[in-house]
Design a binder for this molecule. Structure first.
Ligand SMILES: NC(=O)c1ccc[n+]([C@@H]2O[C@H](COP(=O)([O-])OP(=O)(O)OC[C@H]3O[C@@H](n4cnc5c(N)ncnc54)[C@H](OP(=O)(O)O)[C@@H]3O)[C@@H](O)[C@H]2O)c1
Length: 225
């Protein structure tokens, strides 16, 4: 049984987000997942799902309609995209850059700031970051656009934590789910979705009532900035 009684997972139509909703529901959490397409497959938790698209500047309104202030133990902003396959600064178009940085960095923090009043004191706001966000650990130099967008998420989350969440006694986690077998991670990834979401759930649960700011992986290990 998890310590999370009530949670929201943003970006739960497939992959890690969908499995996280199912894992939390299995552990006894009342969990709402958000999807862009209400007619898609979506998560099979307790059946609650809400339509939310991060590209909508008003994203969050639908959640405010179904979650009461102070009700959430955890808000988990999981949605993310990889960006153009070439990942090349020399080739990327302005519009592609805007979509990538909006979806992976600006919109998650904007949504979290808007929904902060829904999270209880001692609760957790978790962003799905990536080990690739680490500037110190970038030994390969690949995936340069995706890396930069997740590094931007980390930077913006720090400001959000310091200005907004930590003063309200709410923890902020930047989580690396592992290299996971999803559409984004591909079939060569070493970590199964089940392993990832079991670990992520435990890391989030451990942050309850410990208002800290951390960049950590699904096994709870700290990552270098
Ligand atoms: N897989 C890995 O190895 C790995 C490693 C490090 C970090 N991550 C991060 O972990 C998170 C989940 O990754 P994943 O592998 O599960 O990816 P995925 O299978 O590609 O799923 C991405 C999810 O994000 C949603 N999404 C994308 N754009 C959205 C938008 N504008 N508004 C709302 N939802 C949106 C998708 O919804 P639709 O179905 O509507 O497109 C889908 O539910 C991402 O943030 C990713 O960057 C993954």
């Amino acid at each position: 049984m998890t310590g999370l009684r009530r949670a929201v997972v943003v970006g739960a139509s497939r992959g890690i987000g969908k499995a996280l909703v199912e894992e939390l529901a299995r552990r006894g959490t009342a969990v709402t997942g958000t999807v862009r397409d209400p007619h898609g497959s979506g998560p099979t938790g307790d059946g609650r799902s809400v339509v939310l698209d991060l590209s909508d500047p008003d994203a969050g309104r639908a959640l405010e309609a179904v979650v009461c202030p102070g009700e959430l133990d955890a808000l988990i902003v999981n949605a993310g995209i990889f960006g153009p396959a070439h990942q090349d600064v020399a080739q990327v178009e302005c519009e592609e850059t805007a979509e990538l940085f909006w979806t992976n960095a600006i919109a998650p923090v904007r949504l979290a700031r808007r929904l902060l009043p829904l999270v209880r004191r001692g609760g957790v706001i978790a962003f799905m970051s990536s080990r690739t966000a680490s500037i110190a650990l970038n030994a390969e130099g690949d995936m340069e656009l995706y890396r930069a967008s997740k590094a931007a998420l980390n930077a913006l989350s720090r400001s959000f934590a310091v200005k907004d969440a930590l003063p309200a006694d709410i923890a902020v986690l930047l989580l690396h789910p592992g290299w996971v077998q999803t559409e984004m991670g591909g079939s060569n990834a070493p970590v199964t979705i089940r392993q990832s979401v079991a670990g992520l759930s435990a890391v989030i649960e451990r942050a309850l009532d410990h208002p800290t700011f951390r960049f950590a992986d699904y096994q709870g290990d700290e990552l270098a900035w």
